[in-house]
Structure formats: structure tokens, C-alpha cells
Design a protein around this ligand. Structure first.
Ligand SMILES: [Zn+2]
Length: 250
């Protein structure tokens, strides 16, 4: 599959914009540019959810292929800067993440914050805006599908959901997702669980709510997509659900 990126902070998978859907993966990878020296963290921290959304890049790639729709993925770890936060959000650069102190973020001043925004955050969001503009130029109002994964446990408590749908004020697409997941019959489905979709300045607020484009965020429990067999299963689950919405139009 054709892949282009003019900036190393995001990857773009080419696809047919007339399909009316753009896939987004804010937390696809756990990489850190060498000059940041792993932010002072031991390597094992980069295998955890604090660094990235386990399984999501593979699911995103598989869905883009299955649906022939474009995808944009951030290619750096959320430990460096979180693409799913507004540039003015206090949790944009985390000093502590799920109990892990991040030494490389302890002394981030305004200049370093702006440097990270300019290099990692703004280009990714600029790429999303450009993708939306390309769709609109074709007469298409694209549906934005944001893909994430969540940990099976949080603060020692097991999370019951297999999948969650996060949304804020626009339930058009989220409602379709919720109904489809529930209709599967074998899934525990979270409605704005394990998180709320109402966060001003996050990716879907910026590109969906603010522009009145339909959107929804799908959270898959990470243990379900940590291996290729699970990735394949979830691509098979998600592709027809998204396909049905694309055919049904808006
Ligand atoms: Zn995420």
C-alpha cells in the first residue's frame, strides 16, 4: 500500500477519499527521536500503554486496506507530546503517566513545549486538515474514525468492556457504532467508557466537532489486539460496520 509522509511525525496511508472515511491513529507508535534519549525512561516503559496504543497501528493498516480509505497515524510516542490534546491542554506533555515519572519531561519550558508542538503535534494535525480539505474538494464530507486501545486493568480494577465508543455532542456515527457492536451479541460495549469523548481540544473536537464532520472514537481493549490473530479478528469485525455506514451515506 502506498504510504507517504512529508514529515517524520506522521505516516499517511493512501486511499480513496470518495469512500467518505478517514482513519486516524493518534497513538499508533512508541518511537522517540534519538536526541530525546528515551526521555530518561527504561525500555520496558515503551512497551506499555503509556507510550502508545498497543495493536492500533496494525488494525488501522488492515482497515485502510480492507476499506480502501486513507489513514493518518502519528509516528511518535504520546510520552513526547500527546496528539490527542489541544496545544494548550495541561496534559499535553505528561510529567507522570500511570505512575511512571518521565524524567525527560520534568523540565520542559515554554520554548521546549513550542518546539515539540512545532515538530510533532502541528504537522500531524496539519496533515489531518489537509486530508479533510482534499475530501471536501471532491465534494465529500468525510467521517472521521479515530482508533485507540485501552488497558484491561486500571488501578488494579479489571475493565469489563471489549470495546468502547467515545463521543461528545454528535452521536450520528457513534450511535451507528454502538448499535453495531451491541448487535454482535458477544461484546461488552462501553458508551463513553472507559473514557468520556467530551474533551475540548482533542483530535475529534478539533477536526470533527469544530467543523461539523461526523466522527467517532473506537477504543479496543489492548489485550484483544496485541497479537496478529486478534488484529485480524477486529479488522473483520470493524470493516463491515464501517462499510455499512459508508454505503448508507450520511
Ligand atoms: Zn489512544
Amino acid at each position: 500500500m502506498f504510504e507517504t509522509s512529508l514529515n517524520d511525525s506522521f505516516a499517511r496511508i493512501d486511499g480513496n477519499l470518495k469512500r467518505g472515511l478517514i482513519l486516524l491513529a493518534d497513538h499508533a507508535r512508541n518511537t522517540i527521536p534519538p536526541e530525546y534519549g528515551a526521555l530518561g525512561l527504561p525500555p520496558e516503559q515503551f512497551e506499555r500503554h503509556i507510550a502508545y496504543d498497543i495493536g492500533v497501528e496494525a488494525v488501522t493498516r488492515g482497515l485502510a486496506r480492507a476499506l480502501d480509505c486513507p489513514a493518518l497515524m502519528a509516528t511518535y510516542s504520546r510520552l513526547l507530546i500527546d496528539p490527542n490534546r489541544g496545544a494548550d491542554d495541561p496534559t499535553l506533555i505528561m510529567r507522570v503517566s500511570d505512575g511512571a515519572i518521565v524524567p525527560g519531561n520534568a523540565l520542559v519550558d515554554d520554548a521546549e513545549r513550542e518546539r515539540r508542538i512545532a515538530r510533532f503535534h502541528r504537522p500531524y494535525h496539519g496533515a489531518i486538515t489537509a486530508e479533510i480539505e482534499r475530501a471536501k474538494a471532491l465534494g465529500v464530507d468525510p467521517v472521521l474514525v479515530s482508533l485507540h486501545s485501552f488497558t484491561p486493568f486500571w488501578k488494579g480494577i479489571a475493565r469489563p468492556w471489549h470495546v468502547g465508543v467515545l463521543w461528545d455532542t454528535d452521536r450520528r456515527f457513534a450511535g451507528h457504532l454502538l448499535a453495531a457492536f451491541r448487535a454482535a451479541g458477544d461484546l461488552c460495549v462501553g458508551d463513553n467508557e472507559p473514557y468520556s469523548g467530551a474533551l475540548v481540544g482533542d483530535t475529534l473536537y478539533t477536526h470533527g466537532t469544530s467543523r461539523d464532520l461526523q466522527h467517532g472514537l473506537i477504543e479496543i481493549r489492548q489485550d484483544l489486539i496485541a497479537r496478529q490473530s486478534g488484529v485480524d479478528e477486529w479488522i473483520s469485525r470493524l470493516a463491515p460496520i464501517l462499510e455499512a455506514y459508508m454505503k448508507g451515506g450520511s
